[in-house]
Design a protein. Structure first.
Length: 121
């Protein structure tokens, strides 16, 4: 696992809660009006994010093993190895996803999760 000491406390708590399958703690890391974009689907606000967390994170027992942390002009990119009981059809054996976090007032205000492809350049 990559050193996560450079992460803000809310992101440390978010990762801990995800790996513990703790729905309430995961949702508590988000602002009330936060936006999540996962697999080109938007979840806006705490109620929608809770439904996404319950079904697709906690329900699918998703775990994240951090492989890289990048500070990008105040936003944080966390690349992580994903695992869980979700449908892995057509996914690589090692699924690395990029999580783009924006924070305000010690809460996540936006999270975009993307399965990036290597650049040909």
């Amino acid at each position: 696992m990559t050193d996560t000491t450079s992460l803000s406390p809310v992101l440390v708590e978010h990762l801990r809660a995800v790996n513990a399958f703790d729905e309430n703690a995961i949702v508590a890391t988000f602002a009330e009006d936060a936006l999540v974009n996962d697999a080109r689907r938007e979840f806006r606000g705490a109620a929608a994010i809770r439904r996404w967390v319950a079904k697709e994170m906690v329900g699918d027992k998703v775990t994240l093993e951090v492989t890289e942390v990048v500070d990008h002009y105040g936003d944080t990119i966390v690349r992580a190895r994903y695992d869980g009981t979700y449908d892995k059809t057509n996914l690589p054996d090692e699924l690395i996803m990029s999580n783009y976090f924006s924070l305000r007032d010690d809460k996540i205000i936006s999270l975009t999760v993307i399965h990036n492809q290597p650049s040909p350049y």
